[in-house]
Design a protein around this ligand. Structure first.
Ligand SMILES: [Zn+2]
Length: 312
């Protein structure tokens, strides 16, 4: 199952990120004008094209490519898509737009996080011509026809993150802002589990909490996560995101003065194991979340270092 019909002319395409199902989605809104939310990395480009074809869409049919933020698992394939979607306009946060036009810093940042595996994980980055990129201001509006989309600047996971509210479904396309909704098809567990994503290099728990408050004030009914699927009612995603931010704040308080990546990794794994236990889920280990535990630990470490250096 690679396409999900969510109603209201909204469709999810499973991007098979990391070569695995139920990890990442792109979303398509089929209206008078057609919008695509995120592309995944360039490794997912062919899967995305196949998904569009299943929806009877050609790349040239895409009018708007909306990027929630410029992390490579969301936007790494934007350049390829824009090459094929010759009439599309790309919409992104002002702080992200320039990195899509000139991806050199994006690539450098990814290499710092993923090292030698960067190319194997994400593939090449292709620049997007500047004249086809619109930097969306906070509360900017895009009308597709029946659907009107409103952009909200939502830092916390990344400074260049925006969320999109749709008036028809009353849903928010949340990118990574409202955590990861771990699907059983990804974890191998028999339940859904949610936890924030705190990957480097902008994670800030206070800022994330503020963005959650703001998004909740919009009273969404449903959340579309990039990773993975939909939280409905939306309160489910607010609950697990807030709980996770609380746990992370507690973790940071309890860490010793001299903190290492390994310490954070251990503490975070323990917190998640305890949370699963509290929720009544018996699992052998938190290994199915290893990729995110690594990223989240790095992000928490960067946050602590920035705070100590007085950069926040
Ligand atoms: Zn991200």
């Amino acid at each position: 199952m690679s396409i999900v019909d969510y109603g209201s002319d909204i469709y999810g395409i499973d991007l098979f990120e990391e070569g695995r199902p139920f990890r990442s989605s792109a979303y398509v809104i089929k209206d008078k004008e057609i919008a695509l939310v995120d592309t995944g990395s360039s490794k997912s480009h062919q899967v995305l094209l196949d998904g569009l074809a299943q929806l009877e869409l050609k790349p040239q049919d895409i009018d708007h490519l909306i990027i929630t933020h410029v992390h490579l698992d969301h936007a790494g394939g934007a350049g390829q898509m824009m090459e094929r979607s010759s009439q599309a306009i790309l919409h992104a946060h002002p702080l992200g737009a320039r990195h899509l036009i000139d991806p050199s810093r994006l690539e450098k940042g990814a290499r710092q996080v993923y090292g030698e595996e960067t190319d194997a994980l994400f593939g090449p980055l292709i620049p997007v011509p500047g004249e086809r990129v619109v930097a969306e201001e906070d509360e900017g509006i895009l009308r597709l026809g029946r659907h009107t989309l409103t952009f909200y600047h939502t830092p916390g996971h990344a400074k260049h993150h925006l969320c999109i509210k749709d008036n028809v479904s009353r849903a928010i396309f949340a990118g990574d802002m409202m955590g990861i909704r771990y699907h059983p098809g990804y974890t191998g567990w028999d339940f859904i589990y949610g936890f924030p994503t705190t990957s480097p290099s902008d994670f800030d728990p206070m800022v994330m909490a503020n963005s959650l408050d703001r998004l909740e004030s919009l009273k969404p009914q449903r959340i579309f996560h990039t990773h993975f699927g939909t939280s409905e009612p939306a309160s489910e995603a607010f609950d697990f995101s807030r709980k996770g931010v609380h746990y992370i704040n507690e973790l940071i308080k309890q860490l010793p003065a001299y903190v290492t990546y390994d310490l954070i990794y251990q503490a975070l794994s323990q917190i998640i194991a305890q949370d699963l236990d509290r929720l009544g889920h018996k699992v052998e280990s938190t290994d199915p979340l290893a990729v995110d535990l690594m990223l989240n630990s790095q992000g928490i470490l960067v946050y602590i270092q920035k705070k100590e250096a007085g950069k926040l």
